[in-house]
Design a protein around this ligand. Structure first.
Ligand SMILES: Nc1ncnc2c1ncn2[C@@H]1O[C@H](COP(=O)(O)OP(=O)(O)OP(=O)(O)O)[C@@H](O)[C@H]1O
Length: 649
């Protein structure tokens, strides 16, 4: 650190007027491994952001060492980066690297792929398989050809997720020939061979768990690579630790167990809802034991109103006998908060009533649509259909967030949208950063690149923007349609160079992947721009600024809203409650705890849902299967109301 002066740790203060409770500040300043276990809204993620600032500003993490923060979702990782960048000098925040487990594993594999034994080495431009159905397609095509001895393999592997689980169980080591009699193991080996050994166009295809396994193996086998990683990071943060899978935990141990890195994990056992995705039960205890981590607890809920915190405490107790009693923060009045169950005759009546209330909240309480969230257990398109339709009649947009979350998580989409914002608005430092970082990355620039090259690139960008601005303005004057937007986007792609994009991002390197993402974005931009007729408003709309998000509980993790409307507290939504009651109860807790001020649960006597033949059909609903959830809410004093449906004007 040459230009910035360090702050004495004794006088360092929390950023942005935040005050941390004692255990949180102790964790920020701790010199040992810690695990912070605390309920929703306790500020676990905030604690990590503050700790990053502390370590960088006091020099406790000194250059060239870095902090590695690992999250589960791309947006959570970006959110953490943004918080640190906003609060720390750029020179410091550059040494904060926040990424998902998948990205962490992929970086190791991409950087050190050649260090793998040949039998496990994927091709350079391997494809990443994101969907279980893609995996199944490859298996269906190649197992019968490459392994004709297993013609009936589909009888053993019945579902696509069983197939992807099978790949996770593979042991990457020399003892693999021991299990010749086990058909599952044989199939697993067969699939690994098919996926690694370039059956399709000479390229490998890997799932993220496979990538993690390969990275783990690489680090285990090669102490130089392990050493390089350990020299890079002096501190490691682990967000939402309750969802860590066995494979991720193994990679974490191989990477940092026995190193000098100081690890800080945060999580909440009561929010563990990824067991289906192999989340490791007991991972908190494993971490405490393996990393000799000290457990710390937090007691304040900074998110929810007192009434909601009381209800959350009652549910917490039903999930974990000895759970901590959380207290609301003092920004609320004692009686603040609403939680009610609204019962209806059918989904049309439900939708009309909810839409009426939403209109009222937006008008009378000045709530923005994006501060209201519609959460469902599953199938948001079906459960939210009537509500979305009637809201639209009132001029309020609700949208299925999944579609946008996936599109917005694409690197190329972020680049294009930020390029448009940067061009359409006069000042957009955050967009400039995304654009410049992307261009540097695809051009292979880093800290060692000559200034001359960096300046040239910035110059070229400046020239491009001047011309591009004219094109954006013209586009608004002329007809806005698919082909005019296609022209606009192709200008950006041509300026950037498609070949470089494909080369730099393996997920776009194969076939038509890049085009498909871009075409999807073009469609979204066209529809939105036709409506908004302004570039900035159009992009803000795509980012969800003007809509009510609709999502499943799983997608709502880590997020927060003024008001949460949970549609369908009914047996059909919790169809597997009998076999999965603990995980479903935790899911219910996650949904409830996303709200700051108000939660409305709905139940309807008749509802349109998917029948056994997978057709939509109106069916009578029951709640007997989830009586326990109603019992808990009743115990917490949550009333069941039959609201009068007002006629919407
Ligand atoms: N010490 C604090 N003072 C004031 N506000 C805080 C503090 N810590 C966190 N917050 C705010 O409280 C909210 C919840 O914080 P955060 O998301 O970090 O909690 P969390 O424990 O990670 O939540 P969850 O587990 O439910 O996702 C955020 O809006 C955050 O900005």
């Amino acid at each position: 650190m040459n230009t910035l002066s360090l702050i004495n740790p004794d006088i360092w203060k929390e950023k942005d007027g935040i005050l941390l409770e004692k255990n949180a500040i102790d964790t920020v300043k701790s010199l040992t491994n810690n695990i912070v276990i605390a309920g929703p809204g306790a500020g676990k993620t905030e604690l990590l952001a503050q700790k990053a600032c502390y370590l960088l500003e006091t020099g406790s993490c000194s250059a060239p060492q870095k902090i590695l923060a690992i999250s589960f979702k791309k947006d959570s990782a970006e959110n953490l980066t943004n918080r640190v960048e906003k609060r720390c000098e750029k020179e410091l925040s550059r040494r904060f690297e926040s990424m998902t487990y998948d990205t962490f594993a992929k970086r190791i594999l991409d950087q050190f792929r050649l260090g793998l034994d040949e039998k496990y080495r994927p091709s350079k431009n391997y494809k990443v398989l994101l969907k279980n159905s893609d995996l199944a397609e490859i298996a269906d095509k190649y197992i019968p050809i490459c392994y004709p001895d297993y013609p009936s393999w589909r009888l053993i592997i019945r579902r696509n997720d069983e197939l992807s689980n099978l790949l996770c169980n593979k042991i990457l080591a020399s003892q693999s020939s021991d299990y010749q009699d086990n058909i599952q193991e044989l199939l697993s080996s067969a699939m690994w061979n098919i996926l690694l050994k370039k059956v399709e166009n000479d390229e490998s295809a890997l799932t993220f768990p496979m990538i993690s396994k390969l990275s783990d193996y690489l680090l285990k086998e090669n102490r130089y690579i392990r050493k390089a990683l350990r020299l890079t990071y002096s501190h490691v943060f682990l967000d939402e630790f309750q969802d860590t899978t066995d494979i991720q935990y193994s990679l974490l141990k191989t990477s940092f167990l026995g190193s000098k890195a100081i690890l800080t994990a945060v999580g909440d056992e009561k929010q563990r809802i990824m067991v289906w995705a192999r989340a490791l039960k007991g991972v908190f205890n494993d971490f405490k034991k393996d990393f000799l981590a000290e457990e710390k607890e937090l007691f304040l809920n900074h998110r929810s109103s007192p009434k909601l915190v009381t209800i959350q405490n009652i549910i917490s107790k039903s999930l974990e006998q000895d759970s901590i009693e959380m207290k609301p923060s003092d920004k609320w009045e004692e009686l603040d908060g609403t939680c009610e169950i609204w019962a209806f005759q059918n989904s049309e009546e439900e939708a009309a009533c909810l839409a009426g209330e939403v209109v009222k909240w937006i008008k009378e309480e000045s709530i923005e649509p994006r501060d209201i969230c519609i959460i469902v257990k599953q199938q948001e398109d079906i459960y939210g259909e009537a509500f979305k339709r009637i809201l639209a009649e009132q001029g309020i947009q609700a949208r299925e967030e999944k579609e946008y979350q996936e599109l917005l998580s694409e690197d190329i989409v972020q680049f294009i949208l930020n390029m448009i914002i940067l061009t359409a608005t006069n000042k957009a430092p955050e967009s400039r950063k995304v654009v410049v970082d992307f261009l540097f990355y695809i051009n292979g620039f880093d800290e060692s690149t000559k200034y001359e090259l960096l300046y040239n690139l910035e110059d070229e960008l400046g020239i491009f923007i001047v011309d591009f601005k004219k094109r954006l303005t013209n586009c608004l004057i002329n007809t806005i349609d698919l082909s005019s937007i296609e022209c606009i986007i192709s200008l950006i792609i041509d300026f950037t160079n498609k070949r470089k994009i494909k080369k730099s991002f393996p997920q776009y390197s194969r076939g038509n992947c890049l085009n498909e993402v871009i075409q999807n974005l073009i469609k979204k931009i066209t529809i939105t721009l036709q409506l908004r007729k302004d570039w900035k408003l159009c992009i803000d709309d795509i980012y969800g600024e003007f809509s009510i998000p609709m999502m499943t509980i799983h997608k709502s993790k880590g997020l927060e809203y003024d008001t949460v409307i949970f549609v369908g507290l009914e047996d059909a939504a919790f169809w597997n409650f009998n076999n999965n009651s603990e995980e479903d109860k935790r899911a219910f807790f996650v949904a409830l705890s996303r709200a700051k001020k108000r939660v409305i649960f709905t139940a309807s006597k008749m509802r349109k849902i998917l029948n056994k033949r997978r057709n939509i059909e109106e069916q009578e609903q029951s709640v007997q299967g989830i009586t326990i959830l109603y019992k808990i809410l009743k115990e917490a004093g949550v009333p069941i109301i039959r609201p009068v449906v007002q006629k919407l004007i």
